[in-house]
Design a protein around this ligand. Sequence first.
Ligand code: NAD
Length: 452
Amino acid sequence: MAKISVVGTGYVGLVTGACFADLGNEVTCIDIVPEKVAMLQQGKIPIYEPQLEEVVERNLAMGRLRFTTDYATGLAGAEFVFIAVNTPQGQDGEADMRDVQAAATAIGANLTTSAVVVNKSTMPIGAGDWVANILEKNVRPGVEFAVVSNPEFLREGSAVADFLVPDRVVLGSNDRAAAERVAVLYQPVKAPIMITDIRTAEMIKYASNAFLAAKISFINEISSICERLGADVREVAQGMGYDKRIGSAFLDAGVGYGGSCFPKDVRALEHMASIHGSHPQLLRTVIDINRDQRRQLIQKIRNVLGGLNERTIGLLGLAFKPNTDDLREAPALEIAHLLQHEGAHLRAYDPAAMAKAKPLLPEVAFGRDAYETATGCDAVVLVTEWNEFKQLDMNRLRSVMAFPLLVDGRNVYDPETMTRLGFIYCGMGRRQSAHYPADYVPAPFTAPIGAH
Ligand code: NAD
């Protein structure tokens, strides 16, 4: 069993560290945030991620998993050092590599044994050589290293399962022996392991995310066309998805993609392509369509309510997708800002992301559940398709609303059933409820609900 260090204990680093420990390795995770490390040392995880807490607890108890803020302690005896710090969007869309730079510098300065340094963060093409340069400048004499790119493909919400049963493991290095040593770590997960040169591995990650984002923007464009031509995009997608060449995944029309990866990775690839003289028209269009989706949703509400000023709108779901509390680039945040910009009052509820949302949305009144949130609303918008929202008592929901406009940003409800229940139903790329009282005067704004 190997001795592994993981630098950065966010969604990717914590899952990587905990899962490698679960496979029997000795793992030490390093993070610079002392409160996070203190929590983790108690077996409490700072993020919402199904199954993760039990894996962390189990491996802490077995003594195979440790957490520290101290690089020297965390790297002692390490054979493999995974870099899993964030690479957020920088100024012009390029990846911001400051955390990677700090991590690589600290690794170089504190490594006392020869090790394979594994780039797990999503890093621009060429970053492998850049990290190797930083290490080279900082390592102590006699300490040898190789750099391997091992992009991560896990999805928040099912991250543990995705790590343990991935579709593939990609390893890129200019040092094949180093990549093969990392491959041994992954042998227990029984997935195809692909070894490439380092730039190809880095590109596989960006190309994969860009392709998935393009699939979402494609179906969203089809959805707008469906809406105008009277077809139902859900059934169109289902009919397309049966074709094995197309597949049904990522064909859900809705409010567009969000989250910590797709938006920044598509922009970073577009940026890399542009500065290297390529003309990434498709990527630019993918980004444009995604931006338009939010605006189209706002337009639907505006159309029915005749305007947004002084209207009260309830948002169901804030996280960028179900089963996570991650709000990075969440469509709900942009929708909230657009609505507020036009004078709407907002109420909101999310099963997991409320604590993170409150500081980001200070003028929003948060409900304890969907019903409290919908009370007195002129419109309710389903933004994140949590299971909880699929099982609502829709009669009860409608009965507490001031006006029954239901905007289904994820197409989870049946338009006919909702219309029968008395809602004015607007989905994405589907038939809308045809009749609504044109003389509707929205109720005056009711006092915000108390903070919970
Ligand atoms: P995150 O922000 O959740 O976690 C990053 C962690 O690194 C934080 O805990 C932070 O405190 C820590 N950190 C920052 N600088 C540090 C330093 N110098 N030394 C030690 N720790 C430091 O990020 P994430 O979502 O886990 O993403 C990490 C990388 O993985 C990104 O490049 C991302 O694009 C990629 N990725 C993310 C996902 C995902 O679903 N979140 C999936 C695949 C790939």
